[in-house]
Ligand binder design. Structure first.
Ligand SMILES: [Zn+2]
Ligand SMILES: [Zn+2]
Length: 657
């Protein structure tokens, strides 16, 4: 179903196949958006999820291929469909299947190695992963279609017990020793023992003979359910298996240290330095190649002359590229066939000026779109030669899942864009909090028996995960904006003077509060690199995502890292980025005359209950807290009713331009 086409004739066949694919979504085609779009769009958009916009502006130059090369994904959070409303990131997981296979093929023909690495957080952020119970039931088989060489676990695999068991019982077995979880154990329900989810480490030899020792290290996460245990990095490096791995007589040409763990040493969540120090005590000069994640940014950080680290963004917006050369018999014993592949550019940059190490590197952050994938796979015939059947099949599978889960069902027509951080937190016109979230929770989060009471609603900004785009607001968008199931709790009749102080205390709390965010179900995930373009991006898109080809720099990542500003594969114009507070407050049913009520119902996510009670102080205890609407109504349940309430205009003919 939803076959990819290789030419006009095949395209018609694909269109015919597509008709049957439409059935699952809504009663009328007009009420669907995304892959189940109108048939004529299949003709225009031959690949990706139909309806997803193509990139207008492409890579600035070919990649530098070295003796060993890496493609890195992280924090995909279920975005396997790609970004249906954003042209920079329109490719889907099927396109990535084709691209990764093409790149492996290219590496083989050059006589060099290419390794695929993922660093976790596979759920919470998109309907494909989150509209099932448990999360990931439909998305994980699709994610697993990539032939990764190394995978490791993220904190989002450990919040929900069923998800932790899913990883332990299914995917750890499926991925075998390629799944490396050096400091994470999950309860084996059969034996009653906590056991490593995957391998503690992996020693392997690449196709070209490079000997690699890999460790997969999650940051010191503490917000996990009791189905798992996370060893702190400082304790992990004292484990006997770790000491044995470093003392092994087997030759190691390169250490790969990868983990759901920020690469920036100054990020308080990062524990990579602890592990690098431990490796360096035993191996002073062996290259340590680092791959990180969790903070959702593009970043590249130099640890020492022979150790560099890349972090590759989030949400299938970025594919990270690193290449390394310099291995030879004198420095590592490696006797691979080529010092450098010919006919292409090679890595040439030492980790830092004055390096005494023989190793040289390149790094690049690729935009996640077909234009990029086709350019770098160097297929002469372009579009027509790019796709593999396996990639096309995966694209079809994603379309089927979207149909089954009815992710394209339209609930309203959002009249404009609203962003999380491209405008000040107080900007009602552009910022999603005053523009959408406050009116939505004020209108929808309501216990009818207490409708006459003034109320204040508190939440953490991290619960809102993505910007809201102009156009059809679908079932999928509900998960994209608010994927978590944080139940609304409340304390009735709190004196206004007390309740109104809580928001400031939450936001101005002790510095350690910021650190606490790391271990919350909504981790910090703060973006120092805003990724979304606004307004100007719309200019180059036609209705329903079909793109007019034109070469123009569009808003997106403008990355500054330890090597400067030349890491982005595609040039973007910078998007403003404003700091937003960790918590928000909305008010409803306040006196019409503008005065303050004596008392309010104080409503908040279950997730911040302890903090709210702390800030209310003496006299406020757990037993005063009740469910507000009911004990299942959560942060996943207010956006769809709000779309039905506020955005019905043009619903059946909703423009995205
Ligand atoms: Zn993440
Ligand atoms: Zn994370």
């Amino acid at each position: 179903m939803l076959l990819r086409s290789r030419g006009v004739v095949a395209g018609l066949a694909a269109a015919a196949a597509f008709v049957t694919g439409v059935v699952g979504c809504g009663q009328h085609q007009d009420s669907c958006y995304g892959p189940t779009n109108k048939v004529e769009h299949v003709r225009h958009v031959k690949r990706m999820q139909p309806g997803a916009p193509g990139a207008a502006y492409g890579p600035k130059g070919p990649l530098e291929w070295g003796q060993v090369n890496f493609l890195h994904t992280t924090d995909t959070h279920g975005w396997l469909e790609g970004h249906l409303k954003e042209q920079n990131y329109g490719a889907d997981w099927g396109d990535f299947v084709s691209f990764s296979r093409r790149m492996k093929h290219t590496a083989r023909s050059m006589g060099v190695d290419l390794l695929l690495v993922d660093t976790g957080d596979l759920h919470d952020g998109n309907g494909v992963s989150d509209a099932t119970t448990p999360d990931g039931t439909k998305s994980m088989p699709i994610f697993s279609e990539i032939d990764y060489d190394l995978l490791t676990i993220g904190n989002h695999e450990l919040y929900v017990t069923e998800v932790a068991y899913q990883m332990f019982n299914e995917y750890a077995r499926k991925w075998g020793d390629r799944y490396v979880t050096s400091n994470v154990k999950v309860l084996n329900q059969t034996t009653g023992q906590y056991e490593y989810v995957g391998a503690t480490h992996r020693y392997f030899t690449t196709a070209k003979g490079l000997r690699i020792m890999a460790f997969g290290v999650l940051f010191d996460f503490t917000g996990n359910s009791n189905a798992s245990q996370v060893l702190k990095a400082k304790d992990m490096v004292k484990e006997s298996w770790f000491a044995d791995a470093l003392a092994s007589k087997q030759p190691v040409d390169m250490f790969v240290l990868f983990g759901h763990n920020p690469v920036r040493q100054t990020d308080r969540a990062s524990t990579f330095q602890t592990v690098v120090d431990a490796i360096r005590r035993a191996h002073a000069k062996t290259p340590v190649q680092i791959f990180g994640g969790h903070s959702h940014i593009r970043d590249f950080s130099v640890y020492d002359d022979a150790s560099v680290a890349i972090e590759s963004g989030r949400y299938c917006e970025t594919l990270g590229w690193v290449s390394v050369s310099g291995f030879d018999a004198s420095n590592s014993g490696f006797r691979g066939v080529v010092p450098n592949p010919r006919g292409v550019r090679n890595p040439s940059r030492p980790a830092r000026p004055g390096s005494r190490s023989p190793f040289v590197y390149s790094r690049r952050y690729l935009d996640w779109n077909r234009k990029t994938f086709i350019y770098h796979s160097r297929v002469g015939g372009g579009e027509g030669e790019f796709d593999y059947h396996s990639g096309e099949r995966v694209t079809g599978d994603i379309g089927k899942v979207r149909d089954e889960l009815r992710l394209g069902d339209v609930y309203g027509c959002a009249p404009q864009d609203w962003c999380i951080s491209c405008a000040p937190f107080t900007d009602k016109k552009k910022n999603i909090f005053p523009g959408v979230i406050f009116p939505a929770v004020s209108a929808v989060v309501l216990n009818k028996t207490r409708a006459d009471r003034s109320r204040m609603i508190l939440g953490n900004t991290g619960a809102i995960r993505f910007d809201l785009h102009k156009g059809p607001f679908t079932y999928d968008d509900n998960f994209i904006v608010a994927p978590f199931r944080d139940v609304f709790l409340y304390i009735p009749d709190v004196p206004f003077d007390k309740a109104s102080k809580v928001i400031d205390q939450l936001n101005k709390g002790p510095v350690s509060k910021r650190r606490d965010l790391v271990s919350m179900p909504v981790p910090e995930d703060e973006c120092t690199n805003p990724t979304l373009g606004y307004m100007s991006r719309r200019d180059i898109r036609e209705e329903r995502g079909v793109v007019r080809r034109q070469e123009a720099v569009v808003p997106g990542y403008v990355t500054k890292d330890d090597w400067g500003t030349d890491g982005d594969d595609t040039e973007h114009s910078e998007i403003p980025n404003y700091t937003i507070p960790p918590y928000w407050e909305a008010r409803a049913s306040f006196p019409k005359d503008g005065s303050n009520p004596d008392k309010v119902d104080l409503i908040f996510f279950d997730f911040i209950k302890t903090k709210v009670l702390n800030d209310l102080g003496a006299g406020y205890t757990d037993d005063m807290v009740q469910c507000y609407v009911n004990c299942s109504f959560s942060s996943q349940d207010f956006m769809l009713p709000y779309a039905k309430l506020a955005w019905q205009e043009n619903k059946d003919n909703c423009p995205v331009v």
